[in-house]
Write a protein that binds this ligand. Structure first.
Ligand SMILES: Nc1ncnc2c1ncn2[C@@H]1O[C@H](COP(=O)(O)OP(=O)(O)OP(=O)(O)O)[C@@H](O)[C@H]1O
Length: 926
């Protein structure tokens, strides 16, 4: 054992330095300065005695301490140096245990850096294998536990590394590792102090082992305590939550029991003083209760043991179980609101349908329906006839269904009566009878059976009254009317709804329409079914519509949101569409097509006078006295400002005229100080001769000021008579008829045909066919001199270019054959077709002119375009006879042709195009 005199650094409780450890402590400025001097003077880092002072009451140095090397002395920044409170910082590194023999005896004051004699006990040597093994086991156990409970990855890694070190330590290094572990693993002060006095290797290992075992058990216990605290906390939370709910329930009950104050009774204390008027915003709880009560009543009104009732009851129970503040509560409630708002056919609300049954029972039902249709629409005789037939069938089916339901109810009642008799007669078999009686069907309310009828599909150009016909049908049947616009519907969910799992899910537009109608038997108009998109990644809306429209399936229509089969069999569906081409075949198959093909000018005049003008006058708060429009003015508007099959633009133009007059009238009244609401004749009686006068009549020349420059004049001027130019007749995608120029020119080339204008395969083929026919008959038409010559190569080689304008619009079909043939003949002969002639018809290679579709639309379109002669296939005579109004037939010359030769004669005029008579086309008879 050696000894030495070392300056002492007392370590106040709870500081302690073990060999191998490092410690930073604050020291006073005086001690700091001394230490700095010491460091500066010494050559090697000076060694001090870091000795703990365990007691604060009787501060004496401990018997054991550590010899420590000074690592660093830090002086506080200069500006703060005057601040005496601010200490110097001393960092020391523990080297070895030291013993202070006179520590206990010294009663003197502990001076910092006073020198003391210290002894270095002999701590070298190797530990025994047993002591090392137990030390290792205890240390590893503790370190593993600490690693398991480590709050983060870096801590865990630290403990794992230490554990590995312990695992590999030798008996020689074990005491050193024991020092290190005890210093770094938050051991208790007393334990560390005790450990500091252990010198021998085995002794150090044993005491360290004891400390580790103690720490392990402490950590186990503290974990258990933490767990139990956690549990008790969550219990507290639960209790808190339940108490909140209890408070809410008690509040509800209080509201429920709060009786309305009787007259004369003292007002409640809070309403004393200035009483604010009651606001519906304050009555949140009450409104909530009322809504819930409403849902409940509706569920109770649902037919017993029906699917919808079962679902509603199930959801109601779930709603009651779910906390009112949760998201799920809102979702369930929303669902219940929808479910109870659907007019279920079998529910008590179906009694409302009695109203429409009364309409069906009415003996003058058909006469009323006819009157209704006539009152709402002008003309459309054939369509009205078809609708009356339809309504008659709907009525018969409705009455028949009612009779059947009645019989069913009677039968059930009889069955019940029989069961009663049986019950009384056979007392002993009571139990058995009861079983039977429960299995007999419950008497159902008078439920109307499904009324399966054809589904009408109105096809026609825009503004021809398809939607308003649907409304008239609903009025005639005394049923609510709902319109669902399908234009642009891409997602099946829009028809079928979205499942409840979706955010912001809701039912589809069929169920929405039913809810709005409030009855299970409305008339639902599916508008623009041609614009619905078919099969894409959002599902197939057209397929969903099939289920809606199919009478075999629609008694159990599945809406994803409602999730209970909805019976649509009593709904009358009517569809509208502009064209049949884009409607899916299966959908079309379920509909009965009714064509509406546009109005003639005279029909438009009548519609304008009887319907559109009164409607616009009413909408703009004027009367017939304020505005008069002559027939000539109306015709001018229709011919120069609108060119459409329907009457929508006409209505818009009339609306503009009415609004113009409304402004004039208001200004006039203001100028003479009259009330604008006084009828015009009374005001005109007041007006003096000197005052400016108001003129109700609108003159033709004023239209340009009101509506702007006429739209269609230019087009008419554009139509010209030219070589190679012929006018054909077309039906557009919107179902409107019109005139389309067929333009051809010759360009230098090699006898080829070029076709442009966004043409489909069929129209391209008919172009080639027309040219072949002309080439074949070039000699007959005096285009070439011999039969063998090709008119496109002789005298000069040329190409023929045929173009149909409006290149962006796709065109197809064979009906331009005649017009193309005439255009080629005109181009090659130089003869022109007059611009007031338009034509349509399919051409065969043999030179026959075949029938085409859309004759009515085409002829009406030609009439609107002021064409005076149309050339049509002979086979379409019946269409003209049946469909084209008489006044149009009277206004236009219609020439029916069987062959191309006849068509050429009608187009160019008799004898204009030559024809070698000797060689008349001989038809082959196959
Ligand atoms: N024959 C008619 N008699 C009286 N009014 C008519 C007639 N035809 C159309 N109308 C009126 O024309 C307007 C447009 O009609 P509606 O909306 O029914 O056209 P639509 O065929 O449904 O058009 P879209 O295809 O664009 O939906 C309505 O105000 C309607 O009352």
């Amino acid at each position: 054992m050696s000894s030495a005199a070392l300056p002492v650094i007392p370590l106040p409780y709870p500081l302690l330095l073990l060999p191998t450890a490092r410690l930073t402590i604050p020291v006073s400025s005086a001690a700091g300065e001394l230490l700095l001097d010491l460091v500066q003077e010494a050559e090697a880092p000076p060694v001090v005695a870091a000795v703990p002072v365990p007691s604060t009451e009787a501060p004496t140095l401990h018997e054991w301490g550590s010899a420590a090397r000074i690592v660093r002395v830090v002086r506080p920044p200069r500006s703060l140096a005057r601040d005496t409170q601010r200490p110097y910082l001393l960092t020391v590194h523990g080297l070895a245990r030291i013993h202070l023999p006179e520590a206990h005896n010294s009663r003197e004051k502990i001076d910092v850096l006073a020198e003391r004699i210290v002894e270095y006990p002999n701590a070298d040597g190797t530990a025994s294998v047993e002591a090392t093994a137990t030390f290792k086991a205890a240390a590893i156990k503790l370190l593993d536990r600490l690693a398991r409970d480590a709050p983060n990855d870096s801590k865990r890694d630290f403990y794992v590394k230490l554990s590995n070190m312990v695992d590999e330590v030798t008996t020689q290094r074990a005491p050193w590792l024991a020092d290190m572990l005890v210093a770094s693993l938050n051991s208790e002060y007393a334990d560390k102090l005790d450990f500091l006095s252990a010198v021998g290797p085995d002794d150090r290992l044993k005491r360290a082992t004891a400390i580790f075992i103690k720490q392990t058990s402490i950590s186990e216990v503290s974990k258990k305590i933490a767990q139990s605290i956690d549990e008790s906390l969550s219990k507290q939370q639960k209790e808190f939550f339940l108490r909140q709910q209890l408070a809410a329930i008690q509040r509800e009950l209080r509201n429920l029991n709060r009786a309305p104050p009787r007259a004369g009774s003292p007002a409640p204390p809070e309403s004393k003083g200035v009483s604010a008027p009651p606001s519906e915003l304050d009555d949140e709880d009450q409104a909530e209760q009322e809504e819930m009560a409403d849902i409940r009543t509706k569920i109770e009104a649902m037919a017993k043991s029906s699917e919808e009732r079962k679902m509603a009851v199930r959801e109601w129970r779930r709603l009651k179980r779910t906390p009112a503040t949760s998201v799920e509560h809102g979702v369930i409630r929303n669902y219940l609101e929808w479910l109870t708002a659907v007019p279920w056919p079998a529910s008590a609300r179906a009694a409302q349908t009695g109203a429409s049954l009364a309409a069906l029972h009415n003996r003058s039902f058909l006469a009323n329906a006819r009157a209704q249709l006539d009152a709402d629409h002008y003309g459309l005789d054939k369509i009205k006839k078809r609708l009356i037939e339809y309504l008659a069938v709907v009525r018969l089916k409705g009455l028949q269904a009612e009779r059947e339901s009645q019989l069913e109810v009677e039968k059930t009642a009889q069955l019940e009566a029989k069961t009663d008799i049986q019950e009384k007669a056979d007392e002993q078999s009571k139990a058995l009878v009861r079983v039977k009686s429960t299995s007999t069907p419950v008497p159902k309310p008078l439920v109307r059976k499904s009324v399966k009828g054809p589904i009408l599909l109105f096809v026609g150009p825009p503004g021809t009254g398809k939607t308003s016909l649907g409304q008239s049908i609903a009025r005639a049947l005394d049923r609510p009317f709902q319109r669902i616009s399908l234009g642009g519907v891409r997602d099946e969910g829009e028809i079928r709804g979205h499942r409840r799992t979706y955010v912001a899910s809701g039912p589809g537009n069929i169920v929405q329409a039913l809810r709005k109608a409030g009855r299970p038997d409305p008339v639902i108009l599916l508008d623009e079914i041609d614009k619905i998109s078919q099969g894409n990644f959002h599902g197939d809306p057209a397929a969903a519509l099939l289920e809606v429209l199919d009478p075999e399936q629609n008694h159990s229509f599945h809406d994803h949101y409602i999730n209970v089969p909805v019976d649509l069999s009593q709904v009358l569906f009517i569809c509208t569409s502009n064209t049949l081409e884009t409607i899916a075949a299966p959908l079309l198959d379920r509909c009965e097509v009714v064509h509406l093909s546009g109005y003639t000018y005279s029909e438009k005049m009548h519609i304008a006078r009887r319907f559109l003008l009164p409607k616009q006058l009413q909408a703009n708060c004027l009367t017939a006295d304020h505005l008069s429009l002559d027939d000539s003015v109306l015709t001018h508007i229709a011919t120069h400002y609108t060119r459409e099959a329907g009457v929508r633009s006409l209505e818009r133009a009339i609306g503009a005229v009415v609004r113009y007059k409304a402004v004039e009238w208001a200004e006039y009244c203001d100028s003479i100080g009259a009330d604008p609401n006084v009828p015009y004749p009374d005001v005109s009686a007041q007006q003096g001769d000197a005052s400016p006068r108001y003129r109700p009549a609108v003159e033709e020349h004023e239209l340009e000021t009101i509506l702007g420059i006429a739209r269609w004049d230019e087009d008419e001027l554009d139509r010209e008579e030219r070589r190679g130019l012929v006018y054909g007749l077309v039906v557009t995608g919107m179902g409107e008829g019109g005139v389309l120029p067929v333009e051809t020119i010759m360009v230098p080339g090699s006898g080829k045909l070029k076709l442009t204008g966004s043409l489909g395969d069929v129209i391209k083929e008919s172009g080639e066919l027309a040219l072949s026919w002309v080439k074949r008959h070039a000699y007959d038409l005096y285009i070439t001199k011999t039969r063998a010559q090709d008119p496109l190569k002789n005298p000069d080689p040329v190409d023929v270019h045929l173009h149909l304008p409006s290149g962006a619009v796709r065109k197809d079909g064979p009906s331009a054959g005649v017009a193309m043939t005439c255009a080629f003949v005109s181009l090659l002969t130089g003869a022109c077709v007059p611009s007031n002639i338009a034509m349509t018809g399919e051409v065969t290679l043999r030179g026959r002119v075949g029938a085409v579709g859309g004759i009515k639309e085409k002829v009406l379109g030609a009439h609107r375009a002021q064409i005076s002669k149309v050339i049509l296939p002979w086979a379409n005579r019946k269409d003209v006879e049946h469909d084209v109004p008489k006044e149009v037939r009277a206004a236009i010359q219609i020439v029916f042709v069987r062959t191309v030769e006849e068509a050429l004669e009608a187009a160019f005029g008799k004898g204009v195009v030559g024809w070698r008579r000797s060689d008349v086309l001989v038809e082959s008879r196959l």
